[in-house]
Write a protein that binds this ligand. Sequence first.
Ligand SMILES: C[S@@+](CC[C@H](N)C(=O)[O-])C[C@H]1O[C@@H](n2cnc3c(N)ncnc32)[C@H](O)[C@@H]1O
Length: 418
Amino acid sequence: MSTTEQDLQHATTLLSKLQATDAKALENDSAARHELLQLSRNLTAALENPVDRATDLVFKPYTTVAARIAVDLNLFQHICDHVDGITSQKLAELTGADEVLITRILRLLAATAHLSESSTNTWTANPTTHALASPPVAAGHRFVYDILVTAALRTPTYLHESHYIAPTAPTDGLIQYAHQTKLPIFDYLATKPSLLADFNLFMGHTLGARSAWHDWYDVEGRILNGFSGGDLVVDVGGGKGHDLAALWATHGQHAAWPSSARLVLQDLPQVLSAIPPSMLPAPITLTPYDFFTPQPVRGARVYLLHHILHDWADSYCHTILTHLREAMAPGYSKLLIHELVLPDEGASELQARFDLVMMTFNGGMERTRGQWRGLLEGAGFCKVRFWEGDDGGDGLVEAEVVGRGETVEKETETEIGV
Ligand SMILES: C[S@@+](CC[C@H](N)C(=O)[O-])C[C@H]1O[C@@H](n2cnc3c(N)ncnc32)[C@H](O)[C@@H]1O
């Protein structure tokens, strides 16, 4: 089987579309960049020989393996430190690793454009190499490889034994199967301090540099206007507080920001106790909290769940949402869920992959609009609205609660945003 004439014609059409793009206009247009990226992926798929494409997929994991080894040897950082390039020989001296082994690892990463090969066995950094050298991304490689990929490799056997029923229970899923533990993932991580530290450092970077909700949601119009003082945002399961710190950095200095507004960071005690006291800005207060118990902060303006519900199957989400609903003030409090919102068809590679990552992690899943709506309405929420960023990253689902005896009016079903 080879590339058909139709494929090549398709490739030519895509190529003309790519050529017609104004490169300058792309600099500040993330939507256009995103669209173009998709076109270029389609172009690659159309140009590749189908058998080569199918066969190459078999070997794809080796790129991840090479990156994981490079992280252990700190190769990305060493390469970044040498602006004129560094040889395998010098890297061998710096790391104590075998020179030939270093070349074998780095040439794959150069072939995949994660670094550049400036001359024979000499390596220089490109922008991706700098990103790979950053501590959160290096932490992500360690955590994802050692905990998730290890479990993902066991998925075919697990699913065969479970008669192809996807795992949903946090005590009996892929992590427990692969790592031979009975502990749920967050308790298991607590027994592995360095991987827990990697996990917490990586959080906030899982979707790369894609934008956050407060970059495109009308914070002033929908939250600050009508704020009656006290607790402005409660970040439930907020990890090390990076989302609240980013919200504060973007909006905290604006005139519209109420000086009395409190930002509350909630997470498990072992996560909060690892945050250095001086790391977070003053308006953020820390409250250890288990989201399977009643929510202690009542009547806040916003309860934020970022990458929480995708960790859990529906029945667990229902419990988390019920505790929030009971704490929320009808007609005032808003629930904001910052997560991927999958299209009913044509999900991107990132969206589809994350869904499987969540299945591995804790029997969780990524959800479509219909699934989000079903989950929220089933837990007693109304006025469910959707926003989606234009760079393929997380969207935002907003919901409110009805007061006792109130009914949800027809107009509350409206969806807005793009
Ligand atoms: C995937 S991380 C998301 C962190 C952060 N919101 C973000 O988007 O980067 C999930 C978070 O939920 C926290 N978590 C897990 N179980 C929890 C529980 N029962 N109560 C409170 N937080 C919990 C974890 O410690 C972790 O910080």
